[in-house]
Each structure stands twice: as structure tokens, then as C-alpha cells.
Design a protein around this ligand. Sequence first.
Ligand code: NDP
Length: 329
Amino acid sequence: MSHPTTIQVVYAERPNGGVSADSFKIISAEVADPLPGQVAIRNHYLSLDPYMRNILNTPEMIGRPLEGRVVGQIWASRHPDFKEGDWVFAMGRWEQISVVEGTAARHVNINVAPASAYLGALGFTGLTAWSGLKHYGALTAGETLFVSAASGAVGSMAGQIGKIRGLRVAGCAGTDDKVAWLTDELGFDAAFNHRTASNLTAAVSAACPEGIDVDYENVGGAVFDAVFRNMRLGGRILICGAISQYQRAPQPCVPNILDFINKRLNMRGFSVRDHAAEIQEYIDEAAAWLRDGKLKYRETIVTGIENTPAAFAKLFSGENFGKLIVDVR
Ligand code: NDP
């Protein structure tokens, strides 16, 4: 096999505060031949995720392309389960061609949904929402679910799954357009703009007049503080993420711990990594919801691998609307 080159986005410099394009460098690198058991994937789409910001706190990663989930087509295979042209999902890297172990790749069916959906609604994003609610939410129809960053990739799935499970669902998002999408398109019962609300505690209370039974927490900080004050007796707080804290040293956030006793609250952090084995079960259920129009999704697709660094910063300024993806072809 000849040795083509691939464009890579490598981690160049630790961000001083907010992440910017200067944190990365675009380079050209030779693609290694896949070894026995490996496959080379020509990536079409790259998933950009908030957790990657935490990788930039690890200086040992400097000079390397960031790891990230990809969807693409097999370009060369030395694994018996894959042949050239197959559509696959894998943990790849921020590059156009990724060589990975075949055991780490999985076929995707692009007749069920467009390939990009396997990074969002039918990927680990959706699995995060589904598994968090399933394993830690103890959902009961009629209860109130609150979702922060609700128009985002995970949040929009969590809210809709809550509706499918028969809950009353409220959430917040950072623009009026996003808020309108939640209530008008996704069926949220209430939503507000957390960036313009003058009093977050009052805004949460207005959206959830009976209080919150389940909080699907994506943001942390001031939003979480307001949600915590509105929790009901027996409430469950599911800590999925805390994006408001990723760009700076974490702010101490000490809720009134007596409320855990008085309201019998349960707070639980979880990681989708612990539920990776459930991906096919999730896809089967979510694909049926997509087909039946019960689940909708939105994507922000940025074109061109060289635009990956600028696109990544959008996650923290709220400029993405739904799942943030780069088309790297
Ligand atoms: P999103 O698509 O939700 O994008 C991030 C959004 O967060 C932005 O669009 C913005 O929306 C909002 N945001 C950014 N900064 C702030 C801030 N300072 N205050 C309030 N809102 C802010 O990303 P994902 O859906 O991929 O991720 C959502 C959360 O889920 C993250 O916290 C992530 O770390 C977590 N996660 C956790 C996983 C797990 O296994 N536990 C797995 C995957 C994700 P807006 O316009 O509404 O402000």
C-alpha cells in the first residue's frame, strides 16, 4: 500500500482560560499501514465533545492529535469483519484517516439514519442521555424532569426521552431560538433562556411550579444552584456534566447539604463509558423513535478539518445548536 498523507489537528498549547484556535496546530502526517487486526478509516465526520476540553489540561498530550469519535468508511482492512467501503463508527482521532484496532470499530447502517447521526442521536451522545435516565433516574410517569443545556446534543435527547417516558419536562438553553425549538418542536412543557433570565431560581421555579423530581445536569455552577433550590422531596440529581466549569478552575459549589436530608435527595454522577456495551440496545430503541417521529435531532456541521479548532470553541460560547460535528472530507 502506498503511504498517503492525512491532515491532523494536534494539541499545540495549553489554553490560558478559554480554548481558542491557538491551542491547536494543523499538520500533515503519513498514514501508517494497518497491522494485522487493524483497519484504516477514511473519516467523514468527527464528533466534538465538551469532555475534550479536560484533555487539554494534560500537557503530556501536546503534539498529538486529540482522540475523538468518528464515522467513516473503511479504506483498508486487515480485520476479517471489515472490507473496503464499509460504514463504521470508532474512537479515532482528529484527522482524516484513522488507523484503529478492528475490535474498536463497529458497523453502522446508513439506511436507518444519515451517517452523522451515529455521532449524535444514534451514538454515544444519545446513549449518554438514555443510560443516565434509565439507570439512575428511577423515572416515574407524571414526575417533573429538568434538563440544563437542553437544546444541546445530550440535553435534547434527555428531554425527549423524558417525554417519551411520560414525564413533564422543562429545560433551559442559551438563546431564544433554542428555547422556542424546545417547546415548539421537541414538546418540552416549559423552557427559558438561562443567559437572559434575571433570577435563575425564579425562572426554574416558574418552569417547574411543582418542583423538580429529576435533574439531568449538564451545566453546573449558577444554573445548578437554581435547580438545586427547586428540588422536590425524593428528588434525583443526575450529574452528567458541568460545562460551565470546564474553561476555568472549578468553582466550589456547595449546595445546602441539609437539603439532602430534609428532601431525601440522591445525587449521582455517571459516565457513558460504563454503558458502552448497551449501544446496540440503545440504537435499536432510538431508531424506532426516530422512524416514528418521537425523537428529533439537530446538528451543527462545520465543513473542513482545518476549521476544527474554531468549531470546538463553539461548545463553550453556546454557538452550536444540537450535536457539533466536523465534516473532515
Ligand atoms: P452541547 O451540545 O450541549 O453543547 C454545549 C452547550 O452547553 C452549549 O451549546 C451551551 O448551550 C452550553 N454552555 C456552554 N457553556 C455554558 C455555561 N458556561 N453556562 C451554561 N451553559 C453553557 O454538548 P453535549 O451535549 O455534548 O454535552 C452536554 C454535557 O454533557 C456536557 O457537560 C458534557 O460534558 C456532558 N457529557 C457527559 C457525558 C458523561 O458520560 N457523563 C458524556 C457526554 C457528554 P446554551 O446555548 O444553552 O448556553
